[in-house]
Design a protein around this ligand. Sequence first.
Ligand SMILES: *Cc1c(COP(=O)(O)O)cnc(C)c1O
Length: 387
Amino acid sequence: MHFIDLAAQQQRIRKILEEKVLRVMDHGQYIMGPEIKMLEEELAAFTGVKHAVACSSGTDALLMALMAYGVGPGDAIFTTPFTFIATAEVVALLGATPVFVDIDPRTYNIDPEKLELAISAVKENNPQLYPLPATRNSQTLTPRGIIPVDLFGLPADYDLIKAIAQEHGLFVVEDAAQAFGAEYHGKKAGSLADIACTSFFPAKPLGGYGDGGMCFTDSDTLADSMISVRIHGMGSDRYDNIRVGINGRLDTLQAAILLAKFSLFPEEVTLRQQVAERYSSLLAENESIVVPYVPEGYLSVWAQYSLLACDGALRSALQDALQKEGIPTAVYYPKPLHVQTAFTALGYKPGDFPVSDNCAERIFSLPMHPYLKEDDQKRIAAVINRI
Ligand SMILES: *Cc1c(COP(=O)(O)O)cnc(C)c1O
């Protein structure tokens, strides 16, 4: 059994994939060819935003978003420690400081109440109020922005987050790397903040056959900045450089592959709902695990289907039992960012974000993809319910 079955999907669209890839080989515009604009237009329309800017990865999408805001040393960027390293890595790369905020125990997304506390703590430079990062020479930080993550494909609570952002004059960048196709009160992930960033890493809900990403925004100025940053800070032409940028382009071939895959995507979002609902009903009676919670008005795209075991020992027992039956599982994330070696300089301690620490010990994810068969799900649930 596969954790994610990309072969089943390829079988369905093999012909259109071949056509689209061959078309690129025929026209030969491997860099910024016409497929880039086609993909940007299709995904902007799907998401319901004015501008989409294709780029080289989800990580670079986040970097380009922060560079569009001119984020740099002295800036505090609030985000969750229960995410993939990239979310906070881009903040540190620009010399700014990630300020971590614990998560809601039911959604695993940033907790708006604690976000308020953390912003006040930074403003008053008061770590008594909320755990704060160490800074060089005890430099004080200026709150600049918030990066909520739509973890496992479930959007964060943007109504509350945006109200807080507005009150404090902060920007919001949605890390929708796992959430393309999800919805929040009728709006698509990718349209929920000032800028949204997604990833086309093969294992994401809309994945390519390599790295890729995209930024979304309704703002003309932010879109212009990101388009410039994407190609070495270009101005009126490629050899006019008006800012320091990056090589952040998406390959034309990757855009062609994504166009083929996108033709199936809306149907796959529906199939993912069915797979997730089946898991949740097969596991509903099991009192030693917690199935995913989807609040009213939200649609998850189920990048992961994650269970919370009652403790770490049960998680290990379940993972071992499943593995013996040839069923792969994974842990996202075993080590929250505040305790990662890369962020030692921030001076955070285990226990600073107790909900994240606790989830890291208990969470694990089951195989999840649109083509998972009911029989396989029954077999998986039988193993879990037997332990
Ligand atoms: C995958 C991921 C990223 C980075 O995307 P890449 O395309 O791998 O660079 C960023 N944030 C989150 C939450 C992710 O899951």
